[in-house]
Design a protein around this ligand. Structure first.
Ligand SMILES: Cc1ncc(COP(=O)(O)O)c(C=O)c1O
Length: 379
């Protein structure tokens, strides 16, 4: 029976891991596993290679993304590091110019040391993507919606460009989660999640997941993860599996409140611009409706000036001024101070990310309380 995603979130683990009838997969806090005989294995040998809680998380994530393979890792950055390890010196990749700052650091500060070169373009502009293609282009990595300016890329169109040149398409699907968007079903080869965000969902755990339909790519990803030592631990995987049970409820609630908050922000005199794909004036409103089932809980906006933004960060009471996103607690941040600190100032400014630019991760509190708090903080 083909199950709906909200059911998979609750019942997506296939294997019976013990015979007690436990409803929640127990935490297998073991670094090593007994071999049943010479050269024999229960399927688990050493926790850095694979552990049962990791497997449970991978089973759910593969199903949620409509894929055959998932590899769970310690963080989203581990999954991105493993992704770049699939390439070799001399390869070229194209990526979204608006990217999580630390992803950008891997692509533009670490990869060049290994002679892997990235070109950043606005991947929402398909002509710009085509123009960036070189004879040695082997991959396209996109974030959509992007962190933090909420630009949206047409996943099918970019995947078609990549296929035409024999390159891989990878999508960082962190912002919408597999409940709202499934890039593999739209033609992408690889999906990456920072599970720290919506998957675990409670701002209390860190994880990453690498998903693909290609067994060979998945085997390579597993090999790199266990070699780098970035396999997820049992407890973190358990937290993610527990968090995923309520993913559908949380995403719908965050998304509904985010739309209300985006509309409300537009009415505030100290707010000059609001970026949310669920607003009909967003340039990718129609595209977002086509390729995703919801708009998500992330909203960005510009204040009249940096002083208004600074005051807002320091006077919110229910919102917490903190980085990260996707948890039940609503968070507010100014990307230039932390998450996007590394991006050269001219580049940031070109995209409007300055001291008056704030990013919200809408949680599950009452939307009226969240709006009232923003109104007083932005007054
Ligand atoms: C879009 C996106 N991708 C990847 C990451 C990295 O994830 P992690 O912090 O789990 O390593 C983040 C972290 O904020 C992110 O926002």
């Amino acid at each position: 029976m083909a199950l709906k995603r909200s059911t998979v979130c609750v019942h997506g683990v296939d294997a019976a891991f013990d015979n007690t009838g436990a409803i929640s997969v127990p935490i297998f806090q073991s670094a090593t596993f007994e071999h049943p005989g010479a050269g024999k294995s229960t399927g688990f040998d050493y926790a850095r290679s694979k552990n049962p809680n990791q497997l449970a998380l991978e089973q759910i994530m593969a199903k949620l993304e409509g894929a055959s393979e998932a590899v769970a890792m310690s963080t989203g950055m581990s999954a991105i590091h493993v992704f770049v390890s699939l390439f070799k010196p001399g390869d070229h990749l194209i990526t979204s110019e608006d990217l999580y700052g630390v992803t950008r650091r891997i692509f533009f500060e670490i990869c060049p040391k290994y002679n892997i070169e990235f070109t950043a373009v606005d991947t929402a502009d398909l002509d710009a993507v085509k123009a960036a293609v070189r004879p040695n282009t082997k991959g396209i990595f996109i974030e959509t919606p992007t962190n933090p300016t909420m630009r949206v890329t047409d996943i099918s169109a970019v995947a078609a460009i990549a296929k035409s040149i024999g390159a891989l398409t990878a999508v960082d699907n962190t912002f919408l989660s597999p409940y709202y968007q499934n890039p593999i079903e739209l033609g992408a080869d690889i999906v990456i999640h920072s599970g720290t965000k919506y998957l675990a969902g409670h701002n209390d755990s860190m994880s990453g997941v690498f998903i693909t339909n290609d067994k060979d790519i998945a085997d390579k990803a597993r090999w790199y993860a266990k070699t780098y030592g970035v396999t997820i631990t049992a407890f973190e995987a358990w937290l993610s599996v527990r968090g995923l049970k309520t993913l559908a409820l949380r995403m719908d609630r965050c998304s509904q409140s985010a739309l209300e908050i985006a509309q409300f922000l537009k009415t505030l005199p100290n707010v000059t611009e609001v970026y949310y794909p669920g607003l009909p004036e967003h340039p990718a409103y129609e595209l977002s409706k086509r390729q995703a089932r919801g708009f998500g809980g992330m909203v960005a906006f510009k204040c009249k000036d940096g002083a208004v933004a600074k005051k807002a960060l320091e006077s919110v009471q229910i919102w917490t001024y903190a980085e990260s996103l996707g948890g039940v607690e609503s968070l507010i941040t100014c990307p230039i101070y932390i998450t996007h600190l590394d991006i050269p100032v001219e580049e940031r400014e070109k995209r409007g990310i300055s001291d008056n630019f704030l990013r919200l991760s809408v949680g599950i509190e009452d939307a009226e309380d969240l709006k009232a708090d923003l109104a007083q903080a932005l007054a």
